[in-house]
Design a protein around this ligand. Structure first.
Ligand SMILES: Cc1cc2nc3c(=O)[nH]c(=O)nc-3n(C[C@H](O)[C@H](O)[C@H](O)COP(=O)(O)OP(=O)(O)OC[C@H]3O[C@@H](n4cnc5c(N)ncnc54)[C@H](O)[C@@H]3O)c2cc1C
Ligand code: SF4
Length: 309
């Protein structure tokens, strides 16, 4: 029997959370839909209910709040480049947003959806027919990781391009769940487990991202991909140095969660690079080999430090 399919349009955060609780275990929030709908068509996302959150006004807008710039979770990636505050203080976020997918995707994709985008792996992001023929892996109810042949861990990669840019600039994330409103450092929501890559409960609504104002960030951003457009990352590096010489590196594409290394501008750069490479648990589940991507971490970070010196 085909399960009933439901579409619910929520107009407030409260309503979205109530509907989420009512449909627990069988729903997905729908923002731009450029990730969730692709996963549905590929059979990786099977929940029967979509809760559309795109009409919730509280998730929109870019405003200054105290020492932070608040970016609503529904802000569209392609439109970030028109915001004067982002252009003046956080151009790396615009650069990262413009590195996502293609113009058509970016005109629909939201920043909230981007930091929550599902992890990817060459052996998982395939058609149902393909996955059935090779045998299912840990991320789709199988009992082995096809990439590593291990039985204990999934290393599907975090592929968000805006997450490393935001994290390097000390962004915070605000969300609402059954327990009320919380705010934490963005990197803290990522679990490191490729099967369930985030620590957030299923009914959590991400409301906004916050970037700290007046830190005078100097930044460098690089993305490794096969084509300059329409391509997920094989490695994204973001480096930021603030006016107090605090240095922060964030990587995506080489681990189930962001790789984060913090230091000071006077620290030994070779040591910082070594630490980043050592922390990245890349496996052979990408178009580029694990070895090549790990070598490229050093190449991109050296390039970043040269640009920032
Ligand atoms: C061909 C192609 C190329 C792509 N290339 C890239 C790329 O280069 N880089 C990249 O980073 N991504 C890429 N993507 C993935 C995707 O387009 C982006 O990550 C996009 O930003 C996702 O945003 P969205 O609003 O469409 O998310 P959706 O698909 O609507 O949602 C994504 C996930 O987040 C949840 N969600 C969304 N918003 C909220 C919220 N406010 N609160 C709680 N949960 C929420 C959804 O339930 C879902 O699980 C690509 C996709 C395609 C199809
Ligand atoms: S890393 Fe392994 S378990 Fe995870 S999606 Fe890929 S093949 Fe599956």
């Amino acid at each position: 029997m085909i399960a009933e399919k439901k579409y619910i349009l929520a107009t407030t955060v409260q309503e979205a959370i109530e509907q989420a609780i009512a449909n627990k275990g069988n729903f997905k929030f729908l923002a731009g839909g450029t990730d969730v709908m692709v996963n549905k068509f590929q059979g990786n996302e099977t929940s029967g209910c979509l809760i559309d959150i795109t009409k919730i006004e509280a998730l929109k807008g870019i405003t200054k709040q105290g020492n932070f710039l608040r970016i609503g979770a529904l802000e569209i990636l392609e439109e970030l480049k028109f915001n004067a505050d982002l252009k003046a203080e956080f151009p790396m976020l615009i650069e990262a947003a413009l590195a996502v997918g293609s113009p058509l995707i970016r005109k629909t994709a939201t920043i909230g959806g981007n930091v929550l985008c599902e992890n990817r792996c060459l052996y998982y992001n395939q058609s149902e027919w393909w996955r059935e023929s090779v045998g299912y892996c840990l991320k789709c109810s199988g009992d082995i990781c096809i990439a590593t042949q291990g039985k204990n861990a999934c290393f599907s990669e975090l592929v968000s391009d805006t997450a490393p840019a935001l994290i390097a600039m000390d962004a915070e994330i605000e969300f609402i769940d059954e327990n009320g409103t919380s705010r934490k450092k963005l990197e803290e929501i990522y679990s490191g487990d490729g099967v369930k890559p985030r620590n957030l409960s299923e009914t959590t609504i991400v409301t906004a991202l916050y970037l700290p104002l007046n830190r005078s960030f100097k930044t460098a951003f690089f993305k490794l991909r096969e084509r300059e457009s329409l391509e997920f990352t094989s490695l994204t590096t973001a480096v930021a140095i603030d006016k107090n010489n605090k240095l922060k590196i964030a990587l995506a594409g080489v681990d189930p969660k962001p790789v984060v290394v913090e230091g000071n501008v006077n620290d030994d750069k070779e040591e910082l690079i070594k630490k980043a490479v050592k922390s990245a648990r890349a496996v052979d589940n990408d178009m580029y080999s694990r070895k090549y991507r790990r070598e490229m971490i050093s190449v991109y970070l050296k390039r970043s430090f040269e640009r920032l010196s």
